[in-house]
Ligand binder design. Structure first.
Ligand SMILES: C[S@@+](CC[C@H](N)C(=O)[O-])C[C@H]1O[C@@H](n2cnc3c(N)ncnc32)[C@H](O)[C@@H]1O
Ligand code: SF4
Length: 459
């Protein structure tokens, strides 16, 4: 696949990432803990009934200059113990409002760096969750881990604590790239870490995360990193496009001085990695995820059942309303979002005084829920059928179109540019169109207006 520069220029405009709908910049500061309490109670009455839990551990030992996550540095480590106490208290506060017969299908630890803190703390939280909730058979228990802080003991501890999916942030195998972005490399060879994760339990799954668009990277060097990755046979692989938002993450300015690759080079890196991974037998999921043939996400994609939440892609089996705990964590219920305080100390203080730490969020209207279904389906399954979606939502096609207000001029342009292939009641996204799927989604988003500067570019 060759992507003409003219298309890159035309479509590389700021658009939402659509990891949620409505996007997080629609959250209101007027949304408070009382509103979150209402969402919790309402969430028992709405589908899906499964529970997905997100635990945010903000602590990191060192700041990677590219980082776009909500994290806090080692200087705040005296806060770890009180933070774990606050997490447990928040879990108790939320669980009190959830129906006891609802089961947990997924726990996801993200950060920051969950494995920068003593493994005993992680075990303590998991045990607390196991004692608080009912679980489905074989729930997914996942952790985002920095390979710079993993060793045999830590991995053994995590497995004993119940983890069966590990995501390791490799970013790039080239030590010079890691040095340029102030990131520590893996502490042990990655294949040894993976061997330790998989030993004794063949059901353990491993994801490796990479970023393209960093200083010193070029298409050839990134393919070398992909070659090394494929030799390790991860179950899933993610190539994140570096999101450059220095107006929010000031430390990213340092990378501008070190020289960021151009948009064209970034696209070449993406395509080089894409071709290499597809040739190596991986299948693309969404924009940037790659999985093997037997992966449940690929099977869900083929059955048009792929779904996603803030934590990433999911199957209907593991997708539930997400109850998120910790600083900056965003809960996603059927009809709303609630985000916690982003300052770690303030988060602890609020929870310890018996209040939710909610600082913003929103109720999602019945119309917005329908648009969300449309956009999530498109972003995950790369096709769209008005009649099928209308049937699923229990309304007519005409009504759905009135709600979504599709941008017909944009769709004619997508067709002309071969980003979509029309079909009887909708369209399929072409291989090239998948690169610009955020732009296609924006044409189905009635709220996408003049907020362009608030989003990172689509490539
Ligand atoms: C919370 S981190 C993972 C855990 C751990 N902190 C680490 O760095 O390994 C989640 C992932 O987000 C990705 N990431 C972070 N900042 C990013 C950015 N600005 N653009 C794109 N991806 C980013 C990285 O690939 C990282 O592995
Ligand atoms: S990328 Fe990970 S380790 Fe690096 S600063 Fe961000 S959260 Fe911390």
């Amino acid at each position: 696949m060759q992507v003409p520069d003219s298309l890159l220029k035309k479509y590389n405009v700021p658009v939402p990432r659509y990891t949620s709908y409505p996007p997080a910049n629609h959250f209101s500061d007027d949304f408070n803990g009382n509103n979150y309490g209402d969402l919790l109670i309402e969430s028992n009455m709405l589908q899906p009934e499964l529970i997905s839990i997100y635990i945010h551990i903000p602590f990191c030992n060192k700041m990677c200059y590219y980082c776009g996550c909500n994290m806090c540095l080692a200087g705040d480590k005296h806060l770890i113990k009180p933070y774990i106490q606050a997490l447990k208290k928040e879990i108790t506060m939320v669980a009190a409002h959830l129906e006891k017969n609802r089961k947990v299908a997924q726990i996801h630890y993200g950060g920051g760096t969950p494995n920068s803190i003593n493994s005993e703390f992680i075990k303590e939280i998991n045990e607390y969750l196991f004692n608080t909730f009912e679980f489905i058979d074989k729930p997914e228990i996942a952790i985002e881990a920095h390979p710079g802080h993993l060793d045999e003991k830590y991995i053994t501890d995590l497995k004993k604590a119940g983890f069966n999916r590990f995501s390791m942030g490799i970013q790039d195998f080239d030590p010079d790239v890691l040095k340029a972005v102030n990131r520590d490399p893996a502490r042990m060879p990655v294949h040894e870490l993976m061997h330790l994760m998989r030993s004794d339990n063949p059901e353990v799954a491993i994801n490796l995360d990479f970023i393209y668009g960093l200083p010193l990277q070029n298409p050839a060097s990134f393919v070398e990193t992909m070659e090394k990755a494929v030799k390790l046979q991860p179950d899933r692989l993610v190539t994140f496009s570096y999101a450059h938002v220095p107006w929010i993450k000031k430390q990213q300015e340092i990378l501008e001085k070190r020289g960021l690759p151009s948009t064209e080079t970034k696209m070449e890196m993406f395509l080089a990695a894409y071709h290499f991974l597809i040739h190596a037998g991986y299948h693309a999921i969404g924009l940037d995820h790659y999985v093997r043939e037997n992966d449940e996400l690929y099977i869900a994609l083929q059955n048009k059942q792929l779904h996603r939440n803030f934590q990433g892609y999911a199957t209907r089996r593991t997708t539930g309303q997400v109850y998120a705990f910790g600083m900056s964590a965003i809960s996603q219920t059927e009809n709303g979002y609630a985000q916690n305080e982003k300052d770690t100390k303030t988060y602890i203080d609020k929870i310890e005084t018996g209040h939710y730490a909610t600082v913003k969020g929103m109720h999602v209207s019945p119309e917005q829920i329908k648009v969300r279904e449309v956009i999530t389906h498109l972003m995950c399954n790369k096709e769209f059928d008005w009649q099928e979606m209308a049937d699923k939502l229990g309304i007519t096609q005409e009504k759905l179109k009135t709600i979504v207000q599709p941008d017909e001029a944009a769709f004619s342009m997508f067709e002309k540019d071969k980003l979509i292939n029309p079909k009887a009641n909708g369209f399929e996204v072409t291989e090239m169109g998948a690169l610009f799927i955020r732009n296609i989604a924006a044409a189905l988003d009635p709220a996408y207006k003049e907020q362009k500067q608030k989003y990172s570019k689509s490539v």
